[in-house]
Design a protein around this ligand. Structure first.
Ligand SMILES: [Zn+2]
Ligand SMILES: [Zn+2]
Length: 484
């Protein structure tokens, strides 16, 4: 999975906001967001209905004056006004247009290190806004300046050619091909060792660690201790409601789970910061925009038995312990989150293991929106978690480097303890620090100028694993340039 952990993941990048539902749930569980046109158009409709057009009487937002700013306030204000004018042409309401324009301006400002660059980027953004047709479906806002309404029609090239292109154009020479030695085999393995997590980091970031006395058991550091230990009282990890289960693990009362499926993110508005949900732009504490059959729990940290730990094995003569990236999908069962799919790729980006996994307990929510795994996929699955563990132990040794984005989440799902880890959520930290984490797709868009996790038809589980591998290869090259 991606971006798990108690993280509030930003939705910073323009391109990503255009296309991404997010994947950290309010409960801190983050799972895959599978974009789907259905979901998005539904959201669009909802918003369009909620907003009633009114006469243009609202005061326009003002860019606050910042002393010694890289771009003069009056320049920023001028472009903001231009953006507003354009947004008004296709947004169903004035305040949506304001919000969208503010977001657009913020993206331009954040991306630009100087006034000249700002002007370049701003002009491109203006062009892009002008090219929007007024008959487009409402500009879907949700804090995202997203033109999600027409997302199907919007190609990656358009996205990249818009806001991102502005940035790309002046970095392209710097990242041009210059003596790119192939990073593979033992060379890659050795380079990657510079990015391995330390034991302290593994503990700090809540990775499963071996129990000092009991083999087969994991311990987790850095988790708040639970005071009330009524085993039948649970807190829903999606909506935060308290609910009771009986001895069989079933909910005592039939109660729908009303929640936000998006993640919380902060964004700047005129005069400060605002936090809201990416799914519907609802504020914290607002009624959920999505209804599921019942409440669910994470539960993974409550059952720390059944763990296996990778073995020491003889390294091959060249000392290459192997480099792999890994990604897991989960669904909600009576126990909590359980593994439904695991994908492993090697350093050549080839899938070397990919299987659906039959959960131990009864499934209560397939979580398909995020995982892409459907009831049908699991219908004939016979592989169990135990089978997967056996394969993993065979495939990896203690010295194998496993790469993942918030890999702790995957290791909890697999019930595997492994210490030779590169975590892209840590290698590429969020500018605000923890608990904020950058979303994988934003990292890909920022650094590799690629849009991932954008499939409408179905989710490709290897995509995330490949993204992590590619990001690390990119990172090694970038860091080498600095050293040179
Ligand atoms: Zn919502
Ligand atoms: Zn709930």
């Amino acid at each position: 999975t991606r971006a798990p952990g108690p993280s509030v993941v930003e939705a910073k990048l323009a391109g990503s906001r255009v296309l991404s539902p997010t994947r950290t749930l309010p409960g801190g569980v983050s799972v895959k967001a599978q974009t789907s046109a259905g979901i998005l158009s539904k959201t669009t409709t909802t918003i369009a209905q909620k907003r009633v057009a009114h006469t243009p009487t609202m005061k326009r937002p003002v860019i606050p004056t910042e002393f010694g700013a890289k771009v003069p306030t009056n320049v920023r204000q001028r472009y903001l006004n231009n953006f507003i004018d354009e947004c008004m042409k296709f947004c169903p309401s004035e305040d949506l247009a304001f919000q969208m324009a503010l977001e657009e301006e913020k993206v331009v400002y954040d991306r630009s290190s100087s006034k000249n660059i700002y002007l370049n980027v701003a002009v491109n953004t203006l062009k892009k806004l002008r090219s929007k047709k007024s008959n487009q479906p409402a500009c879907l806002l949700s804090g995202s300046p997203a033109v999600v309404g027409n997302r199907k029609a919007q190609s990656h090239e358009e996205v990249l050619g818009g806001r991102l292109a502005a940035k790309t154009s002046f970095t392209i020479n710097r990242t041009g091909k210059q003596q790119e030695e192939k990073l593979s085999g033992v060379r890659l393995y050795r380079k990657l060792r510079d990015y391995l997590m330390t034991e302290e980091q593994l503990q700090e970031h809540g990775y499963p660690r071996p129990h000092p006395e009991r083999s087969g058991r994991a311990v987790v550091h850095n988790v708040p201790e639970k005071k009330n230990v009524d085993p039948f009282a649970k807190v829903c990890c999606r909506c935060g409601a308290e609910y009771k289960i009986n001895a069989n693990g079933n909910c005592v009362r039939k109660e729908e789970c009303n929640h936000h499926w998006g993640r919380l993110r902060r964004h700047k508005v005129s005069g400060g910061w605002e936090t809201n949900y990416s799914c519907c732009s609802g504020t914290v504490g607002s009624p959920g925009c999505s209804v599921s059959k019942q409440h669910v729990q994470d539960g993974r940290k409550e059952s720390l038995d059944g763990y296996v730990q990778t073995f020491e094995k003889q390294l091959p003569p060249d000392g290459n312990g192997g480099v792999y990236a890994l990604d897991c999908e989960m669904c909600y069962t009576k126990q909590g989150l359980e593994l439904t799919r695991v994908t492993v790729i090697n350093s050549e980006l080839k899938v070397i293991y990919d299987t659906f996994v039959k959960p131990e307990s009864k499934v209560v929510d397939y979580n398909t929106r995020f995982s892409g795994v459907t009831e049908e996929d699991l219908e004939n699955a016979t592989i169990t978690l135990r089978d997967v563990q056996a394969v993993i132990l065979n495939m990896f040794s203690t010295e194998s480097i496993l790469i993942g984005h918030s890999l702790e989440s995957d290791l909890f799902a697999l019930k595997v303890i492994h210490s030779t880890v590169v975590d892209t959520a840590i290698v590429f930290p969020h500018r605000l620090g923890l608990p904020y984490k950058r979303a994988l797709r934003n990292l890909m868009a920022d650094h590799l100028k690629r849009i991932i996790q954008d499939s409408v038809e179905g989710h490709d589980s290897s995509e995330d694993a490949c993204a992590c591998m590619e990001l690390m290869i990119w990172k090694i090259r970038e860091d080498a340039k600095v050293k040179r």
